[in-house]
Design a protein around this ligand. Structure first.
Ligand code: FES
Length: 283
């Protein structure tokens, strides 16, 4: 038996639909196809088949896990700038090279780390952090986080003050777990073209400007430059946990995406397994 789902058109900044006012109805098989296309079928199929907990084994734990992050370029990513680098190790220099082609010096890519879908974004923070805050001068923004009830959770720097290894802004890189907090599709970097994915930037962590991670399933948006502390729920045991991550800018996703701390190994981008509990909101 198939379950029909409504695939909503992407809304514009003012909330109206862009591109098409029609609402597509798709069944579960098609729904999975959309999510697989968003960042790669094998990943999502693996998650579904093996179960989340069995994949979250740390490197060396018998899973063949690996600290190194690799490009993921199967599906829509075939045509992305890293399309020819499927499963090749991510390097910072490749992001820098791609960012030089951007109007605002930003680049991003889908990846796979430790068997999980991730997104890595390069932001020219070190170059821009002392410039006046204005459109199209992107930098990381350290912000307060509020839960679904509007209650203050904490500030991103509350977490990084206690644990500086979480994030080094001067590396100009951030990596997040790329599963949407709505229904666990895989948000991508410029895999669709709309106002949210354009090559521009607006400060404040809101829904204006481009350079958002965009979830194709129901149009959730996440700002990879807006860093906050927030809370989510472990799907297995129902317990709430606090995490450091990027802000939800719009759409049905309840909160933003958790970061995975980056470890630089020369030019190679690696991920730390110190906060796997932050990734437990999907099955
Ligand atoms: S899964 Fe629904 S917006 Fe991402």
């Amino acid at each position: 038996m198939t379950t029909d789902r409504i695939l909503r058109p992407a809304p514009s900044i003012d909330g109206s639909a862009i591109a098409s006012q029609s609402v597509s109805i798709i069944n579960r098989r098609q729904f999975m196809g959309y999510s697989l296309n968003a960042a790669g079928g094998v990943l999502a199929v693996s998650l579904g088949t093996l179960g989340f907990a069995s994949i979250l084994l740390p490197p060396g734990g018998g899973s063949g896990g690996d600290l190194q992050v690799k490009f993921w370029a199967k599906g829509r990513e075939d045509e992305a700038w890293y399309g020819a680098q499927h499963l090749q190790a991510m390097t910072k220099s490749s992001f820098v090279e791609e960012a030089a082609k951007s109007n605002i010096g930003v680049s991003g890519a889908q990846g796979v780390w430790n068997g999980l879908p991730v997104n890595v974004t390069y932001v020219p923070h070190a170059e821009n952090k002392d410039k006046a805050v204005s459109d199209n001068v992107p930098r990381f923004q350290f912000m307060e986080g509020y839960n679904l009830s509007g209650n203050y959770v904490g500030h991103f720097e509350d977490m990084t003050d206690a644990e500086p290894e979480l994030f080094n802004p001067d590396e100009n890189l951030i990596m997040v777990f790329s599963r949407c907090t709505h229904l666990c599709c895989i948000p991508g970097w410029q895999l669709v073209s709309n106002a949210f994915t354009d090559d521009n930037w607006t400060p404040g962590g809101g829904d204006g400007g481009g350079s958002k991670l965009f979830c194709i399933c129901h149009s959730s948006r996440f700002d990879p430059t807006a860093l906050e502390m927030n809370q989510n729920t472990n799907r297995s045991n129902g317990q709430q946990f606090q995490f450091a991550g990027i802000r939800r800018a719009g759409g049905p996703a309840p909160v933003g995406l958790p970061l995975i701390p980056i470890i630089m190994n020369g030019d190679y981008i690696e991920g730390a397994t110190t906060h796997l509990d932050w990734l437990t909101y999907c099955d």
